[in-house]
Ligand binder design. Structure first.
Ligand code: GAL
Length: 390
């Protein structure tokens, strides 16, 4: 009798065991962490340290997109099953702190600095109660990947420095390049002025605006901060100091007046690829793609890389990060690459502004067609096997 009961108990628990284990990526669905709760790490990015992936993102509340908690961190060895490590960078209860609870703290990214052995977090920051006017970046550091991160400072970018392609003499002498002379926006004259540096010049003294962002560490260890600047009209790529905590002052502009947000970047066979979105707030729009032979450009625009249902709306999402898996593990986009070639995962957010914590994730493998990245929708796919479910 006892044996029968034991057997029954085993049979009953079997389906429960492992029921939480996730084996596939299902974009757009609820993605529970190891506590069974939907992962709350939006506008995020992933850093691999040792054999563990760390996913950092915005903690979103149920009723507001403002930061009430801070940056969250999740850890995983297989990119599928995530352990909730809690809050990596907490907002502050100190009044007038740059990161006071209720500020806007978006798109956090973390990179490891081997020289200082510190984990460096950069994010887009808007001061509490000031809407999106501050347009700053913030920096925080930690000695452990999961934190706690210590907030260092926030500011605008590269004050008192021109982009590398500008010749100072030219700008200083163009005294007509003032907003007062271009009151009507989106006219050819205004676009030309933006292109020529209308806003770069305006913000030269106080620093360039810094909103949607990502970080990129190149093969030579140099790191870059890529962000929407100039009223979200132009992307800037700014080189970081060796400790990854400041800008060096060397920066370039990408697609001036092109209105790009949500930059995500990777490098394949020596070519830099960047995927961005247009500027429609939380509403999805068509992804854009650029490539360059050097991080410093020249950057060339290509057609939308997305394919499948709602491809013209980035499948309902907005880019946030491209993860490079460099250890030869195969993703399901088999057949197009050799065993050890790197794999790239496109990550995007399906925002839910009315219920921000319910925002969903899109993770899709990046393939190549005619030498160009292509992102095909998949309802479900396996990361490390040969099988796909379409
Ligand atoms: C999006 C941006 C998000 C957030 C949002 C606010 O365009 O990518 O990170 O800032 O606007 O409306």
């Amino acid at each position: 009798m006892r044996q029968i009961l034991l057997l029954l108990a085993l049979l009953l628990t079997l389906p429960a065991m492992g029921q939480n284990e996730r084996r596939t990526i299902r974009s757009g669905e609820i993605w529970p962490d190891d506590t069974g709760v939907h992962i709350n790490a939006h506008g995020g990015g992933i850093m691999k340290y040792g054999d563990t992936y760390y996913w950092f993102g915005e903690h979103k509340s149920d009723h507001t997109s403002a930061a009430l908690v801070g940056v969250t961190c999740y850890a995983s060895k297989d990119l599928l099953n995530w352990h909730n490590c809690g809050v990596a960078l907490s907002v502050s209860d100190e009044k007038d702190s740059d990161i006071e609870r209720g500020c806007v703290l978006e798109r956090p990214k973390v990179i490891y600095n081997p020289l200082t052995k510190q984990f460096c977090m950069w994010f887009h920051l808007e001061l509490k109660g000031k809407g999106y006017n501050a347009a700053r970046y913030g920096v925080a550091v930690a000695n452990r990947p999961e934190g706690p991160y210590r907030f260092l400072y926030s500011q605008r970018a590269n004050a008192g420095t021109w982009p590398i392609e500008f010749r100072e003499q030219e700008l200083v002498t163009i005294d007509t390049l003032n907003e007062a002379n271009f009151r009507e926006q989106w006219t050819p004259a205004w676009l030309k002025a933006v292109n020529e540096g209308l806003f770069v010049k305006r913000d030269f003294g106080t620093g360039q605006m810094s909103r949607d962002m990502t970080l990129y560490v190149d093969d030579d260890g140099k790191a870059y901060h890529i962000f929407s600047s100039e009223e979200n009209l132009t992307l800037h790529i700014a080189e970081l100091t060796n400790d990854y905590l400041h800008h060096t002052g060397r920066y370039t502009r990408v697609a001036p007046a092109g209105h790009n947000e949500a930059p995500a970047i990777f490098k394949h066979d020596g070519t830099y690829w960047m995927i961005t979105s247009g500027c429609t707030g939380w509403a999805p729009n068509e992804a854009r793609m650029f490539s360059a032979p050097s991080i410093w450009g020249p950057w060339t625009q290509h057609p939308n890389p997305c394919r499948g249902p709602k491809a013209e709306l980035t499948f309902g999402g907005q880019s946030t990060f491209i993860l490079t898996i460099d250890n030869g593990q195969q993703t399901a986009e088999e057949g197009q690459r050799s065993e050890n070639s790197p794999q790239y995962i496109f990550m995007a957010d399906i925002w839910r502004p009315r219920h921000p914590s319910d925002a969903r994730y899109i993770w899709l493998p990046i393939g190549f067609e005619d030498g160009k990245p292509v992102i095909r929708w998949r309802d479900e796919w396996e990361l490390f096997s040969q099988k796909t479910h379409i």
